[in-house]
Structure formats: C-alpha cells, structure tokens
Design a protein around this ligand. Structure first.
Ligand code: NAD
Length: 252
C-alpha cells in the first residue's frame, strides 16, 4: 500500500504489455488503488479484457493497441492516454520477450533485430514520447523492465535477450540522471523467473529446473512485481532513481 492514502486515486498509469503477465497484473494493482490505467498492447482484445478487469478492481481501465517497435504507434498511445485521462503520471514499459531460446552461435540477424526492436527500441520510444509531457507537468515516474538475465548473461539460453535487458538498464541510468532534477524519476526492475506466458518458449521441464535453483523454491508472481512497481511510483521512497531493483527469490 502507498504511504499516502489514496495517493493513486485519479492518477494515470500507461502500461505497455498491459494485456498479459506482469503488465496486466500491475494494471490491476493500480486499479485496486483507484488509478486510471491505459492497458496498451499489440494484442488489443486481451488489452480490452485487462482494462475491464481494472474497472472491476476499482480503477478506470481503458485499452489501446500499441506496437512498441513503431514510434508512431507509441506516440498515438501517449496521445490516447492524454486525450482520455487528461495527463500521464506513470509509464510502465513492460512489453518484452526473449522471442525464442538460442545459444550464442544460433542467434541470427532476425532474432537479434526483433529482440532489440521490442525490448530496447520499445523502451526507448516509450520514454522519449512521454518525457516531454512529464516535463510540462514537472512530474512523472517511468518504470522499465529489465531482468536478472542482464547480469547473468543468459548463457546457453538467451544472450540476445540478456544483452537487450542490459541495454534497458543502461538506458534507464542515462535518462534517469538527465531528468532527475526536473521532477521525473526513472527506474527499472529486474525480476528472476516470473510465472507468466513469457515462459512458454521453454523446452519441456526447463521452467521447473530453473525454479528449483531459486532458494525460495518458487517462481515470482506477476502481482508481486506489480506491488513493487506501485511502491516505486508512490511517494514512499523518492530517493530511488536510476538503479535497477532486483527481485530474485535469493537467486544470484
Ligand atoms: N516472466 C519472466 O520470467 C520475466 C523475467 C524477467 C523479466 N521479464 C520481462 O517482463 C516483461 C513482461 O513480461 P511478462 O512475463 O509479463 O510476459 P508476457 O508474455 O505475459 O507479456 C508480454 C506482453 O507484451 C506484449 N507485446 C509483445 N510484443 C509487443 C509489441 N511489439 N508491442 C506491444 N506489446 C507487445 C504481449 O502481447 C504480451 O501481452 C518483459 O519485458 C519481460 O522481458 C519477464
């Protein structure tokens, strides 16, 4: 829960990847706090379902199509949020994927380009399109999603993905330090394995094996990442800027 009661009531969150997994769960957590939430996703139908669930949770939910790999689509998402809710207080850049598992020598140009377009360019576009609006307001919080893979390297599984999440963290550092003096806080979260459709690309048994290496002996839940994002967007600890917050269950 936020430090200030009703802190999120009537404030607006835009969440990319808001139709599924961590993005959807975060939308619902903000909905519970009475926020306006724009669920933006390439899967518009599922985004609409998520928006309805935000309404049932206690917030005001709306949905919009976005392809975060296309700047004009991200710009339209930001304009839609301002048109529907008046302003944007928070952006959660959750859209992302490892696309498929690959060892280092198996990564082809197509996999590399798709991964970077989604995870890096998508995050870059989201920040670049919303920051001018937040600068006008003199306030705003952006939370990006990296991964523990950024520090493990994704050896043998997804170096393309791991390195793209390293880029997300570095982009977060640079943008955060540039705008911290102007009322905008930018931060990233780096979860370990979270039980969402993201994991569907794994070979049979790989998810269970990976979870068994987590000292807590379970995967993360999308809703607990949502609670962390709520905390980061709140007024509870505004000193948290630029760095990434690891959520590991004790895993290295
Ligand atoms: N689940 C995990 O284990 C885990 C761990 C660490 C980090 N992450 C990161 O968390 C974020 C959310 O992942 P998740 O677990 O919720 O996965 P998910 O697959 O449940 O959700 C991802 C969402 O992104 C959407 N999306 C894909 N391409 C898009 C595009 N071009 N434009 C807009 N939306 C698009 C999908 O439709 C989907 O709704 C991702 O950035 C992922 O890399 C996930």
């Amino acid at each position: 829960m936020p430090k200030t009661p009703d802190y999120f009531k009537g404030k607006t969150l835009v969440v990319t990847g808001g139709a599924s997994g961590i993005g959807r769960a975060t939308a619902l957590v903000f909905g519970r706090e009475g926020a306006n939430v724009l669920c933006a996703d390439i899967d518009e139908q599922a985004a609409q379902q998520a928006a309805r669930a935000v309404g049932e949770a206690g917030g005001r939910g709306e949905a919009v199509f976005v392809d975060v790999t296309r700047r004009e689509s991200v710009r339209a998402m930001v304009e839609a949020a301002i048109q529907r809710f008046g302003r944007i207080d928070f952006l959660f850049n959750s859209a992302g994927s490892a696309i498929r598992r690959a060892k280092f020598l198996e990564i082809d140009d197509e996999l590399w380009d798709r991964t970077y377009a989604l995870n890096v360019k998508g995050t870059f576009y989201g920040m670049q399109e919303v920051i001018p609006h937040m600068l006008k307001n003199g306030a705003g919080v952006i939370v990006n999603v990296a991964s523990t893979a950024a520090r493990s390297g994704g050896a043998g599984l997804s170096p393309h993905y791991a390195s793209s999440k390293g880029a997300v963290n570095t982009l977060t550092l640079g943008a955060a330090r540039e705008f911290a003096g102007q009322g905008i806080r930018i931060i990233s979260v780096s979860p370990t394995i979270v039980d969402t459709p993201f994991q569907d690309i794994n070979a049979a048994g790989a998810f269970e094996r990976a979870v068994s290496n987590i000292p807590l002996k379970r995967a993360g839940r999308a809703d607990e990442i949502g609670e962390l994002v709520l905390f980061l967007c709140s007024d509870a600890c505004e000193m948290m800027v630029a760095e990434t917050v690891y959520v590991t269950g004790g895993r290295q």
